[in-house]
Write a protein that binds this ligand. Sequence first.
Ligand code: GTP
Ligand code: NA
Ligand code: MG
Length: 407
Amino acid sequence: DDSEQLEPRPPVVTVMGHVDHGKTSLLDAIRKTDVAAREAGGITQHIGAYQVTVDGHRVTFIDTPGHEAFTALRARGAQVTDIAVIVVAADDGVMPQTLEAIDHARAAGVPIIVAVNKIDRENADPQRVRAELAAKNLTPVEWGGDTEFVDVSAKTGQGLDQLLETIVTLAELSELRANPNAPASGTVIESRLDTGRGPVATLLVQRGTLRLGDPIVAGTQAGRVRAMTDYRGERLKEAGPGTPVEVLGFDGVPEAGDRFRVVESEREARRLAQERAQRLKQEALARQMRRRVSLEDVLARAERGERQLNLIVKADVTGSLEAIVDEIAKLPQDEVTVNVIREGVGGITESDVMLAAASDAVIIGFNVRPVGGAAAAAQREGVEIRTYSVIYQVAEDLKAAMEGLLE
Ligand code: GTP
Ligand code: NA
Ligand code: MG
């Protein structure tokens, strides 16, 4: 029991949004406002995760290429994000990937802050962005809702202080705590094989303190912490909760989303890594035998008291989509609660499948089929896609499944 030893830790913030709305620019601009980074005489980004200090409060940002990475981490069971910043360009407005990013943050139960970017542009219309998002149940605080909107410009730096303050305030309300006095554990954020240095992993320490020389295991890879650097490439001897670090010393390359932990000895680390490899092999076999996310599984979970059926609904036209969602809403929900986590018009995409995998959802397609790599991804992730061409059949099947009548 480490309740006695819990200490405040920095929030971990993920920035998401539509392509080219300025996620990377915003992160670059934020980093420049960090006095320490400026003093270090360079803002070269050594790793995709870094920390800034705002009025004495540290904030950790994870610079993922987009919500695909966020979802991939979540699909692997990693919960690393405390706050999602959704970036929307004020001259472009809410776009498909903006809505996807919001779906992902909501499905993960992560609070959202909206950064309305590019307000320096002549045709910027930050009020329109508010209206568009209010229509999607993200109502600005100033309109009586509970979502913080901050107008910013990555170009001029306007609003960045307020954005950071908003993040810090939300983080304080969340009272994020962790025990620094324990063997370190956390999540692999990214990894690669460096030709000169060997396997390199960016780790987010979530509990305990990671130290040079610690024997470590991450997924199927073992090793010892031989070198540890922060986002500026500066050498560290130790790293506490909420800190991202780049680590050398793994025998092989662990995977993003792998959990890591420090153990007694390298020998123990190797044993655990081997055990894990063995288990993954068995699980892969089992998955081929049986799909992971099916209506039957949902029922099995319901019997164990997990009474939520997550659905993603895709249809060919708005009319049929609305009709299906209406039908679903009318289903008797005393046995299982049905939760439509995404609805949309168009083919079933790989992104739909990844959201389903991360949220244990079943995908319902009406007059649409999987497109691109969606079918392969569904196979790989064990996600069930059910396609229909008769609306009442959808509700009928779901009702039957919920009543436990499905064969
Ligand atoms: P992806 O990672 O490709 O999805 O894009 P992103 O969201 O990271 O956007 P990025 O930072 O690459 O910016 C896209 C373009 O918008 C670049 O040309 C930036 O210079 C420009 N840009 C970003 N922020 C601002 C801003 O506040 N004002 C203006 N005028 N331009 C901006
Ligand atoms: Na870009
Ligand atoms: Mg970018």
